[in-house]
Design a protein around this ligand. Structure first.
Ligand SMILES: Nc1ncnc2c1ncn2[C@@H]1O[C@H](COP(=O)(O)OP(=O)(O)OP(=O)(O)O)[C@@H](O)[C@H]1O
Length: 267
């Protein structure tokens, strides 16, 4: 098993409740996301949020990113654990909207233009070219989104969020509509993003349990507990502790396959 330790809290939720009129959507959601130190790597956590359709994943996702205020409770972010504000968490939406009339280069530049740190045009160019090279997009920089495959567009969309300097990135169904090779590339990209900085934290909402679990170090199952109204994190799997995190080939592992079937039973 890998030696690792969990250090600072980067994102936390305390007693989150969300209700619309009489309808309770979320109940008593509590968690802490940390940075992780292991084998010379210092990284943020990668969490997979899994649950049945309509259970409240999107509502939790929006609460965590400050887009909606919970009825009760607080989401805290950063080393100083201040209450989250909209814009502090980057979102890669399901249909990864890019600006179709701008080249990939200019789409990536939007990320840097929106970053807190002000850079010269020359600095921006160098950063974009570096990222493009790392993520195999150099030959596509002057193309338009329509000329790229779905997986390539997805990668551009993820990198765009990374370039804004957002340390917290929520991804909504990042594997949908991708073939298996593209899924592998997106998984590699996500693993790379999570290790780029000790503060990079990813939360992946997905119906694709195998792939979301393969890239994650933590799995949260959102569901109803004991017939109570409102969904909560009814089970958390720590894949570091299970020895199933950070291994790209994990999907063929017997222990991993057993875990997936256990997760499915929890839904
Ligand atoms: N503004 C609202 N007012 C009342 N109920 C709402 C509102 N928005 C969402 N809901 C309800 O909240 C519940 C959770 O919805 P949510 O979209 O979070 O589910 P989900 O888990 O993301 O589903 P899916 O996997 O199908 O995308 C649903 O029952 C939905 O009808």
């Amino acid at each position: 098993m890998n030696a690792y330790s969990k250090n600072k809290v980067l994102l936390s939720a305390e007693n989150i409740h969300l209700q619309y009129g009489e309808k309770k959507i979320l109940r008593d959601v509590n968690f802490k996301i940390h940075d992780i130190v292991r084998e010379g790597v210092h990284q943020g956590q990668v969490v997979a949020l899994i649950g049945r359709s309509g259970i409240g994943k999107t509502q939790l996702f929006k609460t965590l990113s400050g887009l909606i205020q919970p009825t009760e409770g607080t989401v805290r972010i950063g080393e100083d654990q201040h209450p989250v504000k909209a814009g502090q968490v980057g979102i890669v939406p399901q249909n990864y909207i890019l600006f179709n009339h701008r080249t990939i280069y200019r789409n990536l530049k939007i990320g840097l233009d929106n970053a807190d740190v002000k850079l010269t045009e020359e600095e921006k160019k160098r950063i974009i070219e570096d990222y493009a090279q790392t993520f195999e997009l150099t030959e596509h920089l002057n193309k338009y989104p329509a000329q790229l495959s779905g997986g390539q567009r997805q990668r551009v969309s993820i990198i765009q969020q990374v370039l804004t300097g957002n340390k917290f990135i929520l991804l909504d169904e990042p594997f949908s509509g991708l073939d298996i090779l593209m899924v592998d590339k997106v998984i590699q990209l996500l693993l790379k993003v999570s290790t780029l900085s000790e503060h990079n934290t990813l939360i992946i909402v997905s119906h694709d349990i195998e792939n979301a679990t393969a890239v994650a170090d933590t799995v949260w199952i959102l569901g109803n507990e004991d017939g109570k109204a409102g969904a909560t994190i009814k089970k958390e799997y720590d894949l570091c502790e299970l020895g199933l995190a950070w291994q790209p080939e994990i999907r063929a592992d017997r222990k991993f396959v057993e875990l997936i079937s256990e997760i499915k039973k929890q839904l």
